[in-house]
Every structure is written in C-alpha cells, then in structure tokens.
Design a protein around this ligand. Structure first.
Ligand code: SF4
Length: 623
C-alpha cells in the first residue's frame, strides 16, 4: 500500500566523503600490555616495533626461520612451575642455607610459560623457566645466533627482553635475580644480570613502545644502518628508498648481508658500521632477495584436480600427475574448470599464498586469499586519499604520463623505424597528462595516446611475425585478432599479479584513484598496472611473436573473435614468467631486481605516499 510521503520520517542528512575528518579514529590507544619481544624490537629499531605491533606486518628471512627452528622445542608447553611460596619464606630465604637444597634438590622446569602483568604493562611467553620450591626462578630465552663477546653477555635489546620476563616473574611472587640467554650456535647459556640500569631501560622501552603505538605515526627509517640488513621487514619498510624519497641521500655502499653468527652482532651497535660506510661509494643498497625463489603454479588442463599430500600440491590430469612443493609455490592460478580440494585450498592459504581463478581464456575472475592484512592504518589512509579528488588527480596524472612515456620508450627501442610523428605526439600527450585538470581529461589523453601507439604497434613485430600478424588498433571482449588476444591475456595476468601484490602490501585492490571504483573491479591493481602495460604486457607479446613462441596456427577462430590453443598458452605463460623474473635496474633506486619485485616495491611505495611518509609516488619510467 503506498504510504503518504508527508508522514514518512525525515531522511538523515547525507554525509559526503569530503566531510570526513583528515584523521580517522583508527589509532590513539595502544594495547594495555606490551609483549616482551616488542621491548626488544623497540630498542633495536622503533620503526620495526611499530610495523610489527601497530601495523601487524610480518615477513620471514633467514634469521626468523632459523630462530623459529631454535624455538621449536621451547614453544611446546610443558612442565609446571610450582606456585611461589608465601612472601615471608621467599624474603627470608638464605641462598647458602643447605636446608633449602634439601627441600628442593632438583630444579623445576616449565616451558612456553605465558605471564602478564597489568601493573608492569608487560606480557611475555617465556621459553623456559627453571626454578626451585623456594620460589627462586631463572627465565631462559632461546636465541639462534652465537653469544656476542660483550661484557654484559648480550646486547641491550636481548637483555631488556629477558629483563622484562624477570620482572614478570617477580611480579608474580617469584624471586629472580638474573636471567639467561641460550645461544644456539654457541651452545651455551649466558647469564644476564638484572641491575637497576637495565630495569630502568626496560621500563622506559615499555613506555616508549606504548607511546609510539598510541601516536599513530610510523617512526622514520634508520639511515644507512646495518641493522636493516638483518631485518626481516626490510622489503616492507624500504628504509633506503623511503629516505631517498624524503631527500636523505644514502651514504652506505652496497653491502651484501652476511649470515653471521649473531644478528645483533652484525648490526648493533651501528657506530662502527656507519664509520666504515662513510667514506665509500654512495650506492643504494640492493633489495634482498633481488628475485623470488618461489615459482607460480598454473593449472590449465580442463578437468584437472588439485589436491595436497604432505607438503606437496598434487595436480592430477588425464596424462598423470604433477607435484609441486608447497614452500616453493608463490601463487596458484586455475584456468577454467579445474577443481581444487578444500584441504589443498586451506594448505595454500595457510602459507599466505593466494589462488586466482581465471576463465579458460585467461580472464581474471578473482582470487581466494588467507586473512587480510592487519594494517588498518594504511587502508584508512587509502580510503581517505581516494575521497580527495586532488590526490586522485595527482596520482592519476603521474600514472598516465608514465604509461605514455613507457609506450614511447618501447616504440623507440623496438620499432623497425620509430615514427617521429608518433614519438613526438606521445611526448606531448605525456606532458599534457602531467598538467591535466580532471580525470575525464586524462581519460581522453590516454585514449588518444593509445590510438596513436597501437596504430604503429605492428612495426615492432619482426621477421615472419611482421608478415603473419597485424593489429588494427586495440580491441577486446572478445579480442578479434591474435595480437589482441595475446595482449588481453598478458593484461589479465598482470591484473591478477597486481591484485595480489596490492593486497599483500595492505592496500585494498578494489579502491583505485584513476580507475574509479566499480563493482568487482580491481581498480587499484589497474591503476598500478598502467605504467607496466607496455614494459611487461606488450613486451612479452612482442617477444613471444618475434621469437616464434606463438605462431598463427596456435589460434582458433570463433565467429566473434579468436582464442589461443592450450599448448600455446602454456608457452606464452612461460614467456610471461621469464619476463617477470628478468632483472631490471630500478630507475629511481639504481639497484637491480626482478620485475616481480619491482611491482612489490611500487605497491609499498604507494602505501608510503598514502601514509604521508614520502611526498609523492615515484612512477616507474624506463629510459
Ligand atoms: S629495515 Fe631498518 S629501519 Fe626498517 S624496520 Fe628494519 S631495522 Fe628498522
């Protein structure tokens, strides 16, 4: 029954995005309890503590993997610590009193003991606690490296961590006058004295960790510090890259990270290392590792089934089975009607690897991922920036101008006779893009550039490919000629890649700046892809055609377009992977990394820009 509009309750006022406050209430209060490990990290590097504790970032490197192995035994809860004796007994205990030894001739041992204290503001899982019936206990922390040759037995971050554990034990009524660190490589325990100075430094670190976390401001990276070389978050933090973009020139030479005996020993203290670095050549340190050791798994046989057996993925098809070790798999792409078991899906997601679902022809439908990034600060910053038309325009100007310039570079390098008119036109369009006053204007400029570029694209094909393939402009959905079919497949693979990369960097792949949000569209992935379309997508296609990886007989004609036969798609995927794995000199940072790593770096730097840490997003422009 129609209702009388005059009797309807008034609609609430519409709040436009621009009315959102610049600072959203995401942060402002640190958790009440600081983990002892964060006390260690706050003293090693405040930024590391913030990235891990406030932003939930985590990454493994050789040190963390080795450290986990050392902790494996200590991490299994076991044993039992007796309750502390009544205070008067603990207080009056004489360490020289033989009677105490008779009461408790053997020490107790408890493993993976979790203690917290509201009054101290600390929580810790203590690897091992040894104690006796009189309530005298010793916390023992396991470390992977060798015992450093320093009078205190260990460096400050490690001593503060054990001190925090000792303070917790005291707070729970035990007597604890020292702690110990077991250094696995040296196979010995080192005694850590709990003097007033160490206790004060530990308490200060607790306050500092809470203060930083509550501030909501990521501390700046260390400058030219060797601590970064052993830091597992170096590829997330990007210390040298961030400093350079903030105008701080590096003073350190390229130094390969050493797998030395003790991580702290290499990087703490820094004065020595910094002196060594000061008078050597100025080079931005290379990102480690320069390329991924893991490989993507593509399954394109229709009807194939993906299962899991132990730590291997097992792909069963008509011609038998193929196995891939899970630790070696970087991503999984399933083309068309490929089945995957729940167990396999869970095993893949548990490792932080995503599964992309593609159509038989390579159209990217979406992906399954594990738990989302915990970095809510970054996602809020992304939403805030997206609601700001000026920020959107600024980012879009750079992205489109870079794309046009990269197209121009590709033509200049690969066209048999680079047409001067086109090169000139592209340069002019790139310049206009940098000054465009609106997103629709940019769209127009980009469209004009694309028409100009694709009108001479065929000139980059050589030999038989030049005769066999032609391209009458860009077309899609479905592509009407072989070159367009390959371009569509390459762009689809790149979209999938960047959807994963942006999500891993803590960004929302659906929320773009140039490509405006639309249902299901990975707009941010498309934004970042623009500058890489020519240098990764187009160049893979050109190289596959010129080198005979794909030939005219590899295509099937349909009434509406063409499609690539499966064996040729396999060869094309290999060509795409070779391109992604190719090392390239980063135009801003000067080091050589694979294109796949470049995509990760760019996504992280976009995050740094959105969080206000660097003044602009550095586009990737080839020279
Ligand atoms: S890479 Fe360096 S600056 Fe960044 S978190 Fe690690 S130690 Fe700190």
């Amino acid at each position: 029954m129609p209702t009388d509009p005059s009797s309807a309750p008034p609609l609430p006022p519409i709040v436009h995005a621009k009315a959102l406050p610049r600072r959203l209430p995401v942060v402002g209060e640190a958790p009440a309890l600081v983990p002892a490990r964060m006390i260690n990290e706050a003293l090693y590097c405040e930024r590391l503590m913030y990235l891990e504790w406030a932003q939930g970032e985590f990454a493994d490197n050789v040190f963390t993997v080795d450290g986990r192995a050392v902790h494996a035994r200590a991490d299994v809860a076991g044993g039992e610590l007796p309750p502390p004796p009544a205070p008067e007994r603990a207080d009056t205990r004489d360490p020289d009193d033989d009677e105490d030894e008779v009461v408790s001739p053997l020490p107790y041992e408890a493993r993976a003991l979790w203690l917290s204290s509201e009054s101290l503001g600390i929580t810790a899982k203590i690897d091992v606690v040894e104690g006796d019936a009189a309530g005298v206990v010793v916390p023992i922390e396991y470390k992977r490296g060798a015992a450093p040759d320093v009078p205190e037995g260990a460096y400050l971050p490690e001593r503060a961590q054990i001190c925090a554990q000792a303070l917790l034990l005291r707070d729970h009524g035990y007597t604890c006058d020292h702690g110990e660190i077991y250094f696995a490589r040296s196979r010995r325990r080192v005694r850590i004295e709990l003097d007033d100075d160490l206790v004060a430094q530990t308490r200060n670190a607790v306050l500092r960790a809470r203060e930083l976390t509550a501030s909501g401001v990521l501390p700046p990276p260390l400058v030219d510090s060797r601590r970064c070389e052993g830091c597992s978050l170096v590829a997330i933090c990007l210390p040298d890259e961030t400093n350079l973009l903030r105008g701080i020139e590096p003073a350190a030479p390229t130094v390969e990270a050493r797998d030395d005996s003790n991580q702290m020993e290499q990087f703490w203290p820094t004065a020595e290392a910094d002196d060594v670095a000061a008078d050597t050549e100025v080079v931005l340190r290379r990102l480690q590792p320069a390329r991924d050791d893991q490989l993507p798994l593509y399954v394109q046989e229709q009807g194939a089934r993906v299962g899991v057996s132990g730590d291997e993925l097992v792909v069963r098809g008509k011609k038998g089975e193929t196995r891939a070790r899970l630790p070696n798999v970087s991503q999984v792409s399933l083309f068309g009607n490929v089945q995957i078991s729940t167990q396999a899906l869970r095993a893949i997601l548990e490792r932080g690897v995503s599964v992309s679902l593609m159509s038989t022809g390579g159209w990217f439908y979406g992906r399954a991922t594990g738990t989302d990034s915990k970095n809510i600060e970054l996602r809020v910053a992304q939403h805030r920036a997206m609601a700001d038309p000026e920020v959107c325009l600024r980012l879009a100007q750079g992205i489109v101008a870079s794309k046009i310039r990269n197209c121009r570079t590709l033509l200049r390098r690969n066209h048999a006779e680079p047409p001067e008119v086109t090169l000139f036109e592209l340069e002019q369009l790139a310049k206009k893009s940098e000054r465009a006053e609106s997103l629709p204007t940019l769209l127009g400029l980009e469209g004009t550039a694309a028409r100009s570029y694709f009108s001479v694209f065929s000139g980059m094909l050589k030999g038989e490919a030049a005769e066999a393939f032609d391209l009458d402009g860009r077309n899609r959905r479905p592509p009407k000629d072989p070159v367009n079919a390959l371009l569509s497949l390459a762009y689809s693979l790149l979209t999938r890649e960047l959807a994963q990369v942006t999500a891993s960097a803590g960004l929302d792949p659906l929320l773009g700046f140039y490509h405006q949000p639309r249902y299901g569209r990975p707009a941010l992935a498309l934004d970042l892809m623009e500058e890489f379309r020519p240098i990764l997508g187009d160049s893979t296609v050109i190289s596959a055609l010129n080198n005979g990886v794909v030939t005219p007989s590899d295509f099937i004609g349909h009434p509406t377009g063409v499609a690539l036969r499966p064996p040729a798609r396999r060869r094309f995927l290999l060509a795409y992977e070779r391109r992604m794995d190719q090392l390239v000199t980063h135009p801003v940072f000067g080091y050589r990394v694979s294109y796949r790593r470049v995509l990760e770096v760019q996504a992280r730097l976009l995050g740094r820009f959105l969080l206000g840490e660097v003044p602009s997003y550095p586009e990737f422009r080839t020279r």
